[in-house]
Design a protein around this ligand. Structure first.
Ligand SMILES: C[S@@+](CC[C@H](N)C(=O)[O-])C[C@H]1O[C@@H](n2cnc3c(N)ncnc32)[C@H](O)[C@@H]1O
Length: 197
């Protein structure tokens, strides 16, 4: 898939100006490297925002590959549809406007790569669903697992404690799961990579 770089740059700049949290360059570089090796046929993304990461990922899809991405916020969902359409990618990227916690429960298809990038308090929930939906040799990637360094700190403000605990639970869970080979990298805001073995 060929991506119009100028249009992609405009989408990125607008997202940054609007304070929409999109993948950091460093994390994107890592994920793109993984995708270029894996050449996935099917990608599932939890947390579309305005479609920036899904558009970037589409470049690495195998022939006739597709991305399913879920966004809870209606305005962002609409902007993502618009951005994806601008890049002529509507046939390969499907955006769903729903709460992924609910949507994933009813999903019954397998994916080669699952990217988790949504509500941190729900990461463990998303992980449990991702384990069910990942193909053998598939890769589950989670961004922001360090939550701006809070996950590594001993003390955290009360308002962040639930999310911090859930993220720690996520890291412990993947490290202990014998069905996965996992690593957590200090790239961007922390990226966890788990391969189903
Ligand atoms: C970090 S942003 C995603 C950025 C995007 N992956 C990118 O790099 O371009 C997280 C998004 O997840 C969405 N979100 C949060 N909780 C969600 C949920 N339960 N279901 C679906 N989307 C959710 C938020 O509205 C937000 O737009």
């Amino acid at each position: 898939m060929i991506i119009d770089k100028e249009k992609l740059f405009q989408i990125k700049e607008k997202a940054l100006n609007d304070n929409i949290p999109i993948l950091q360059d460093e994390s994107l570089e890592l994920i793109e490297t993984i995708l270029s090796i894996k050449k996935p046929n099917k990608i599932l993304e939890v947390g579309t925002a305005v479609g920036y990461s899904a558009i970037c990922f589409s470049k690495y899809l195998d022939k006739n590959g597709s991305i399913l991405t879920i966004e809870i916020n209606e305005d962002r969902y609409k902007e993502a549809l618009n951005n994806i359409d601008k890049l002529n990618l509507s046939s390969s990227i499907k955006v769903v406007n729903d709460d992924a916690v609910k949507y994933l429960e009813d999903l019954n298809e397998k994916f080669d790569v699952i990217f988790i990038d949504a509500a941190k308090g729900q990461y463990i929930n998303f992980l449990n669903q991702a384990k069910r939906l990942i193909e053998k040799n598939g890769i589950i990637i989670a961004d922001n697992v360090f939550f701006k360094g809070r996950v590594l700190n001993g003390y955290n403000e009360h308002k962040h404690r639930t999310a911090v605990n859930r993220l720690r639970e996520y890291i412990d869970n993947i490290k202990e799961d014998k069905d996965f080979k996992s690593t957590v990298l200090n790239v961007g805001d922390g990226v966890a990579i788990s391969v189903k073995i």
